[in-house]
Design a binder for this molecule. Structure first.
Ligand SMILES: [Zn+2]
Length: 237
């Protein structure tokens, strides 16, 4: 086994075995999602940033699906009120949201975002369009969205298809409530799954809207009114 010919044959054997092994270790879609998450986030990213600082979610994770409804006219206001589809939140909200998303990713799902931080001026604009506290929070009080602690979300599967939650986002009727039980079993199960994981990661549900989650205690944070630049890429302090 000392001739160059033997080394050549051993080399071929090694390459063949390696190719076979590679073929056997093709990873599932679920694992790809999980690996992307692990690659895309690190606690080191949070270093030196205060928990109450407003940050851009995309700077910390690219594992969410974006469908920011108020950056389009596809919403109950029938008006575009955001210039572009950014998602800003306080860092503590981002951290918990990423942890929740990681748990969904392990099961092959991920969070789709409809709305995040909402500047107070935008809240006023929404109030002018629909001055009804049943549909829009009165800007005098403000909402948790104005404090950087609320998100409007749903779940999508590995193909990006939304899970059936029974109603669309911003459906204003009793069917959108967590208490409304006259829904198919699958819908109740999907809502319960979203709620269970979000609650585990320190969010609170909002009874009349299955899509709305507030980070615990975020009502204590100040109302904010900074506007993001659509070309913005650094953290706001
Ligand atoms: Zn909301």
């Amino acid at each position: 086994m000392k001739s160059p010919r033997c080394f050549f044959l051993l080399g071929i054997l090694f390459v063949t075995l390696h190719a076979c092994r590679t073929g056997e270790t093709a990873i599932s879609k679920k694992e790809v999602l999980k690996n992307n998450y692990l690659k895309g986030t690190s606690m080191a990213l949070y270093a030196g940033i205060n928990d109450s600082t407003f940050v851009k979610l995309k700077d910390f994770s690219t594992d969410f699906v974006w469908d920011m409804k108020y950056a389009t006219a596809d919403n109950f206001l029938k008006a575009q009120v955001y210039e572009c589809d950014e998602c800003f939140l306080r860092l503590k909200t981002v951290k918990n949201l990423i942890e929740a998303n990681a748990e969904f990713l392990e099961k092959g799902y991920r969070i789709k975002l409809f709305d995040c931080y909402r500047p107070l001026d935008i809240q006023k604009k929404m109030w002018e369009l629909v001055p009804n506290p049943d549909f829009v929070a009165d800007p005098k009080k403000g909402s948790i969205h104005n404090r950087g602690g609320a998100v409007d979300i749903t779940l999508v599967d590995a193909e990006g298809k939304e899970l059936d939650m029974g109603t669309s986002f911003d459906f204003f009727g009793s069917e959108a409530s967590h208490h409304f039980q006259d829904l198919p079993r699958k819908v109740r199960k999907n809502r319960a799954y979203l709620k269970k994981v979000m609650l585990k990661h320190h969010f609170k549900a909002f009874d009349s809207e299955w899509w709305h989650y507030n980070l615990q205690d975020s009502y204590q944070d100040k109302l904010a009114n900074f506007k993001w630049s659509c070309a913005h890429s650094t953290h706001l302090r």
